[in-house]
Design a protein around this ligand. Sequence first.
Ligand SMILES: [Zn+2]
Length: 295
Amino acid sequence: MIIAVLIVLGLCFGSFVNALAWRLHEKEELTDKLETLKAKKQTKAVAAEINNVSTQIKDRSISTGRSMCTDCNHSLAWYDLVPVISWVSVGGKCRYCSNPISWQYPLVEILTAVLLIMSYLYWPQALHGQGVFDLIVWLVVVVAFMALSIYDFRWMILPNVIVYPLIGLTLFQRLADTLLFKDSAKHLLASLVAALIGGGIFYVLYQLSGGNWIGGGDVKIGFALGLLVGAPLQALLLLMLASIIGLFFALPAAFKHVFKRNLQVPFGPCLMIACLLLVLFGTNIVHWYLNLVLS
Ligand SMILES: [Zn+2]
């Protein structure tokens, strides 16, 4: 029963993060356009364009905007918005303009559902009291991870509108664990140190490289991920695992863009995958690592 609920929730949240990432990006671009227009000499044509762009920004609102095709801007009906099924039923093409709809959409929906189910099945805590609270917070975190990963893959940035609430949520969780569920203060302290390691190492790298190796978004997300993994050793393992995962991404990318310089692999998703592995399978990974180091 819970699995069925998680499948439905996962597909719906997947659909939501697809829309969220696209709207955030569009809004960003349109806002920039609006700024440029406002700086121009105000003729009638410019005023009309400002009006037009302002309406478009409103249409991209997360809460009030209507869903639309990203190519032809045609409003979508409810039957265009059923996760996966809509995409399959129209053969991956827009019903209105016939332009292909990226496979990213159903993939993200399915992946979100899979991650929610995995989180439930492999949740390391007992499922009552604090365990349930932590799991629910974690499911929200996973949805945020999906939104951030889409954004980072497509536009190479981790938007603050998602990163800051995520930091707030993880801080809130740690405090609630200690204050409401009487989790030990030692654990709280350990996760704060982990957060400082996660964010701190990136901050140093960021400063050293002038933002070339990693972005400012990685510094902030490093802080939240440190809180989530909850202990200093885990925070170090997080950075190590993320780098290994980054290499896996970088290798195929390196061959694909063999003649292009300035190879960029978004590091955000690597960090989030590493965090997911550590939160769900942390004890195993720590044991494996300690065996490796100590033997
Ligand atoms: Zn269309």
